[in-house]
Design a protein around this ligand. Structure first.
Ligand code: FES
Length: 184
C-alpha cells in the first residue's frame, strides 16, 4: 500500500492508534456518562409513582388493624403471586389511618399483628412493635416503615411505589377529610 506524500509509516501508525484509542474511549464513556446522568435523564415511570387503591374504607373498621394486599405496580409477566404485596392498615379511631409495610425494619421478615396484645410481632428474631408502628423491643432499631396514603371517594390509596426507607417517618397520622362518611 502506498502512503500519501509526506506521511511516514510511523506517522500513519500514530494517527491510526490515536483514532483507535478515541473510538475505544468513546465506547467506554457511554455507560459511564449514562450512569452519571441517569438521575436527570431517567424516564419517569408513571405506574411506579401512581397511587394504588387498597379498598373501600369500610374494609378497615375503626380501632382495628387489618391486612390488605396490593399489586406491585412494577411487575413482570413472570412475577405471579410474588407481585401481591401485603401491608397492615390501621384505622386509629375512624378519623386517622396508618399503613405499615409488612416487613420488619430489622431484616425484613413479615410481621404479624396480634390484637390480643396490641403488638406487631416478628417471627424471625423477636422484634416487636406497638400498634402505632413504633418499636417496642428486639433487634429492630426503628419502627415499622409506613406508606404515604390518602383517602378519596371512600377508598384508601397508598403511594406504593415509594418503598419505605430509613428516612421515612414512622408514625405519621393522616386525618380523614371532614365531611366524609365515617368508616366503621
Ligand atoms: S427480621 Fe424481624 S427481628 Fe429480625
Amino acid at each position: 500500500m502506498s502512503l500519501p506524500d509526506g506521511l511516514s509509516r510511523r506517522a500513519m501508525l500514530m494517527k491510526l492508534g490515536i483514532l483507535f484509542n478515541a473510538a475505544v474511549g468513546a465506547i467506554l464513556a457511554v455507560p459511564i456518562v449514562s450512569y452519571i446522568l441517569s438521575p436527570v435523564i431517567r424516564e419517569r415511570r408513571p405506574r411506579y409513582e401512581s397511587w394504588l387503591k387498597l379498598g373501600p374504607l369500610d374494609r378497615f373498621p375503626a380501632g382495628q388493624t387489618r391486612l390488605a394486599v396490593y399489586r406491585n405496580p412494577v411487575v413482570n409477566p413472570t412475577d405471579g403471586e410474588t407481585a401481591n404485596i401485603p401491608c397492615w392498615v390501621r384505622n386509629v379511631d375512624g378519623q386517622k389511618f396508618q399503613v405499615f409495610a409488612i416487613n420488619c425494619a430489622h431484616l425484613g421478615c413479615p410481621v404479624r399483628w396480634f390484637p390480643q396484645s396490641g403488638l406487631f410481632m416478628c417471627p424471625c428474631h423477636g422484634g416487636a412493635y406497638y400498634s402505632d408502628g413504633s418499636r417496642a423491643s428486639g433487634p429492630p432499631e426503628r419502627g415499622l416503615f409506613e406508606y404515604r396514603h390518602k383517602l378519596e371517594q371512600g377508598n384508601l390509596f397508598i403511594d406504593a411505589g415509594q418503598m419505605p426507607t430509613t428516612g421515612a417517618p414512622t408514625a405519621g397520622l393522616t386525618n380523614i377529610n371532614v365531611g366524609r362518611p365515617p368508616c366503621a
